[in-house]
Write a protein that binds this ligand. Structure first.
Ligand code: DCP
Ligand code: MG
Length: 373
């Protein structure tokens, strides 16, 4: 194999927002392991190592070809000694003993299982683990466990929503949401965001952004949409959060925080007959009910915040994280899902499109399908 570093290597930026990362990952054997290591570090609240593994995985995802030897990664940013040791193990033995050890770890297994339930975060998972609980069945049969509404829905629809959503299913849901939204407000603006906007084939949910061309008109829209979905009999679960958006509190630099727009986390019923390619198909006899539950997120920012919300909700998480870090470290600007603030000029920079935001940051525009960092 050719071990000479590809020419492009010297030019790989440490920031994901200066790299183009499609869904085509030539280094999955490394990045899967690193993402598992990152997740395990996250469970141990080791923020530094977690971020380091995520960044390393992200850099490898952006490479135009597979890495066959350690020499080929010389000069690449974000690859520390730890990461290189893991890569060397994979290159030599075809596997990582470190990750295999973690996969066998009882605590890792339990936390991964518990956090796979909608509504269960690392804190709750840890609490259950400490109480000696190890399986979902044990959680459900333990008399002293109080599940909240979201978690009850998470368990109720567990087998459906832990199954990946396909692009065809996302498309079918897009049609339903579009019809519903436009029936209520014909001039509403609706966009698919999240992984499906980045061109992913599968996702854990389907994310949408909606707004109205006239400021303030978006306010009642989301509740109307929810009512209409309920009337159609397809609303299985809804957690609505009103807006806490406050222009006077801009800008913010709470990086990992949820944004404050009006939003809802839904579980919708999708009829298999509505999914392209599944129409008239002979269903698996064990799966004869003909519908599945799907997780859907709807976010409704005011129109003057739309570009920022679109950029944030399109992700990927790593791409967004590096955009914010780049803004702060290289431009003395603060970016979040609501605004871009120039600390030098002491003002918020307006944007109506994502291109405006990249331009303000002095970055080349990166298409959504190139943001799979
Ligand atoms: N996001 C955000 N603010 C939040 C939650 C998410 O800005 N409070 C961003 C980061 C994600 C994107 O929105 O990239 C969508 O969130 P998802 O968790 O749905 O992630 P993806 O759609 O990228 O992946 P998946 O295929 O797992 O759904
Ligand atoms: Mg998503």
């Amino acid at each position: 194999t050719d071990c000479s570093p590809p020419n492009a290597v010297a030019n790989v930026s440490q920031y994901a927002c200066q790299r183009r990362t499609t869904t085509e990952n030539h280094n999955k054997i490394f990045t899967d392991v690193m993402e598992e290591l990152a997740e395990s570090s996250e469970f141990n609240e080791s923020k530094g190592p977690c971020l380091a593994f995520r960044q390393a995985a992200s850099v490898l995802k952006s490479l135009p070809s597979a890495v066959h030897c350690l020499e080929a990664i010389q000069g690449l940013p974000c690859l520390g000694e730890h990461t290189k040791a893991v890569m060397e193990e994979i290159l030599t033995f075809g596997r990582s003993f470190k990750v295999e050890e973690i996969r066998c770890d009882e605590r890792y297994q339990a936390l991964k299982l518990f956090t796979s339930v909608f509504g269960v975060g690392p804190k709750t998972a840890e609490k259950w683990y400490r109480r000696g609980l190890r399986s979902l069945k044990e959680i459900l049969t333990e008399p002293n466990i109080q599940l909240n509404r979201m978690q009850r829905a998470g368990f109720l629809y567990y087998s459906d929503i832990s199954k990946a959503v396909s692009k065809a299913e996302a498309k079918a849901l897009g049609c339903i949401i579009e019809e519903t939204v436009h029936w209520i407000a014909p001039d509403a603006i609706l966009a698919l965001t999240g992984g499906f906007r980045r061109g992913k084939e599968y996702g854990h949910d389907v994310d949408f952004l909606l707004t109205m061309p006239e400021m303030g008109k978006e306010e009642g829209l989301l509740l109307h949409v929810i009512d209409r979905l309920r009337d159609q009999g397809i609303l299985l679960y809804c957690e609505y959060q009103g807006s806490t958006f406050d222009v006077s509190k801009l800008p913010s630099c709470r990086f990992e925080d949820m944004d404050s727009f009006q939003k809802c986390f839904l579980i919708l019923r999708l009829e298999q007959g509505q999914v392209e390619g599944e129409r008239g198909l002979q269903r698996d006899p064990g799966d004869s009910r003909g519908w599945r539950a799907v997780r859907v997120d709807l976010v409704a920012p005011p129109v003057d915040r739309y570009a920022f919300a679109l950029l944030g909700w399109t992700g990927s998480r790593q791409f967004g994280r590096d955009l914010r870090t780049f803004a702060q470290k290289e431009r003395q600007m603060l970016l979040d899902n609501h605004a871009l603030y120039d600390k030098t000029k002491k003002l918020c920079l307006p944007a109506t499109t994502e291109k405006d935001i990249f331009a303000h940051l002095g970055l080349e525009y990166v298409e959504p399908w190139q943001r799979n960092a």
